[in-house]
Write a protein that binds this ligand. Structure first.
Ligand code: GDP
Length: 404
């Protein structure tokens, strides 16, 4: 069955955790003890249901790598399975999204009907757009706090549509909900007869998620092992397929080669596909190194020392031409930011400066990056795995970017 990855974004306290709790609860996806816990906590607090507490707890436990089964953030509809990529803090969200720790198919933006648009309400969509996530639902939450007022809803709807259109985003659905009370999530609200649209779960099921599998072969080399005098070249096939006897190229050195065998867990196989982790032996493995990219011999990727990118900066300050390290798939090279064409405030998308010399924390730069050696890249929209990178400064992941 198809599995769709959702990311839920929005300003703090606008109801992300509560919606996650509600989605899991309404679709019977929470284990019994969690349901009991929710009821108990809610009673203690004198509330109807208190999802936020339990979900936040769950996320905390997960962050600390305790024994939480990630399956708890899965839910199912008649049509398909969903997994919620949780985005604890703002910085983590951006880092996870850009580094590809989480590649979402679909995004949901939460807005508190009472508070309206806030800083993160515009910052997150910018990232959503940057990552090329086209499927977007806006949920106007806490409608119970504004007496389920249609006029209030329409005001916020207009405001958010204006703001999103500036970024070039056009949400498919804008849905008035109460995550806390479970209105227009699974069940239609009886308090908002003026709303004739779909519920959240109905809307989710409407999206067709495109199949992203490509024909061309790209396999970044992750490790090289010597086993029984054989050199096993290991990595994950990020796109395409491979079979024994295939003519391949090892990039960036651009030498022809041929697949001798495909090894997987002590067994041999004749072919392997996108998403598989495999080991290969090659006809000529002399100069093959970790960080090189295996491609088919016909559709070659771009090999570059300089490229344009959008860079989200998460550290104190980035200076032009300072020495940095860039990691893209398994490639790792020294690099510098040669130009910052635009320096952008990610909360309101204003251009702070053109031809800038610095980027500060949480700013986005439209930059030109120069690497010390040639590397293999793709446009992010063509193949995210080779189209995104992180920048290491002072041993920390300090920036994340996408290539365009
Ligand atoms: P997050 O920071 O975006 O994850 O927000 P939470 O889910 O933690 O919610 C923040 C607060 O708003 C909590 O106290 C929730 O109980 C409350 N809340 C969330 N959704 C609703 C809603 O639909 N109606 C009302 N009245 N309160 C809500």
């Amino acid at each position: 069955m198809e599995q769709v990855k959702i990311v839920i974004t929005g300003h703090i306290d606008h109801g992300k955790s509560t919606l996650i709790g509600r989605l899991l609860y309404d679709t019977n996806s929470l284990p019994d003890d969690k349901i009991k816990e929710i009821r108990k906590v809610s009673e203690d607090l004198g509330r109807e249901v208190e999802f936020a507490y339990v979900i936040d707890n769950l996320q905390e436990e997960r962050e600390q790598q305790l024994t939480i089964d990630t399956a708890q953030l899965f839910f199912k509809t008649k049509k398909r399975n969903y997994v919620i990529i949780d985005a604890p803090g703002h910085k983590e969200f951006i880092k996870n999204m850009i580094t590809g720790a989480s590649q979402a198919d679909l995004a949901m933006l939460m807005i508190d009907a009472n508070e309206g648009i806030k800083e993160q309400t515009t910052r997150h969509p910018y990232i959503i757009k940057m990552l090329g996530i086209k499927n977007l639902i806006v949920a106007v939450n806490k409608m119970d706090l504004v007496n389920y007022d249609e006029i209030k809803f329409n005001e916020i709807k207009k405001e958010i549509l204006d703001s999103l259109s500036k970024i070039g985003l056009n949400p498919e659905f804008i849905i008035p909900i109460s995550a806390l009370k479970g209105e227009n999530i699974l069940n239609k609200s009886t308090n908002m007869d003026w709303y004739n649209g779909l519920t959240i779960l109905e809307a989710l099921d409407k999206f067709e998620i495109e199949n992203k599998i490509k024909n061309y072969l790209r396999m970044p080399i992750q490790d090289i092992y010597d086993i029984d005098n054989k050199k096993i070249i290991a990595g994950k096939i990020e796109s395409g397929k491979i079979k024994v006897g295939d003519e391949i190229k090892i990039l960036p050195m651009n030498k022809n080669n041929k697949v001798k065998s495909i090894e997987a867990f002590n067994s041999r196989k004749d072919f392997a596909m996108t998403g598989e982790n495999i080991g290969l032996t090659l006809e000529n493995d002399n100069d093959v190194k970790v960080g090189m990219i295996i491609s088919d011999s016909k559709n070659l990727p771009k090999i570059k020392k300089e490229f344009n990118a959008k860079l989200f900066w998460m550290n104190k300050e980035l200076n032009l031409n300072e020495e940095l390290i860039l990691k893209c798939a398994t490639q790792e090279v020294k690099c510098k930011v040669k130009k910052i064409n635009k320096r952008i405030d990610s909360s309101n998308l204003d251009i702070i400066e053109e031809n800038s010399k610095i980027l500060k924390e949480t700013e986005v730069g439209e930059v030109v990056i120069e690497t010390e050696k040639e590397i293999v890249v793709e446009n992010f929209s063509d193949l995210p795995e080779l189209g995104r990178f992180v920048i290491i400064k002072d041993l920390d992941i300090s920036g994340a970017g996408i290539i365009n």
